[in-house]
Design a protein around this ligand. Structure first.
Ligand SMILES: O=C(O)C(=O)C[C@H](O)[C@H](O)COP(=O)(O)O
Length: 202
């Protein structure tokens, strides 16, 4: 699924925190206008689920995922709202089971070789490397590429405008994620043009 989506979308996954329900649709539209279509709407606030539903309805060019998923129950709630992919900062047997039953694109979070192996054994070869810079950054991803040549990563955590190209240049990286595309001050000021400009620059 990722390969198909990435034919039409930049390999950037903004990690979105919705503080006001009214922000969701214009923010998603601003990102899409800049060519960023894979959107990870986190469940860090109470508005996350509603935002997923609203963006699915109002911004058809967006590919809307849910992030900060740490339980099967959260995954199920987000899928009911129309989430098209699911991201977790970590991995658990419950999440693996729920994602397998669903059958859609799930990115389990991994930070160590053992976690990569567990997620791969569970059937997930696309994984979120989190927290990317704190857990070893580019040297760690290069080290993973030897033993895990069949696994591809979306590094997230500590990545920004200045270094995301270096991550994207790695063969085992299919996309990079982060909050730099949706700065809190621009979102709270409803400066959608600034968000589109960041998306275009990314
Ligand atoms: O809440 C989640 O779903 C997470 O898994 C963590 C986020 O992906 C990172 O916290 C983003 O990192 P920054 O780009 O450094 O802000």
């Amino acid at each position: 699924m990722w390969d198909l989506w990435l034919e039409r979308a930049k390999p950037l996954v903004p990690v979105i925190v919705i503080n006001s329900p009214l922000e969701a649709v214009p923010l998603a539209q601003a990102l899409v206008d800049g060519g960023v279509r894979l959107l990870e709407v986190t469940l860090r606030t109470q508005h996350g689920l509603g935002a997923i539903e609203a963006i699915r309805q109002a911004v058809p060019e967006a590919i809307v995922g849910v992030g900060t998923v740490t339980s099967a129950q959260q995954m199920e709630s987000a899928l009911k709202k129309g989430a098209q992919f699911v991201v977790s900062p970590g991995s658990s047997d419950d999440l693996f089971a729920c994602a397998r039953e669903w059958g859609g694109p799930f990115l389990p979070g991994v930070a160590t070789a053992s976690e990569v192996m567990r997620a791969r054994e569970a059937g997930f070869r696309y994984q979120k490397f989190f927290p990317a810079t704190a857990a070893g950054g580019i040297p760690m991803l290069n080290a993973f590429s030897g033993p895990f040549s069949d696994v591809r990563f979306c590094p997230t955590g500590g990545i920004g405008q200045s270094n995301h190209h270096e991550f994207l240049a790695l063969k085992n990286v299919f996309a990079v994620g982060g909050s730099w595309l949706t700065p809190v001050d621009a979102v709270s000021a409803q400066n959608w043009q600034a968000i589109t400009s960041l998306a275009i620059a990314g």
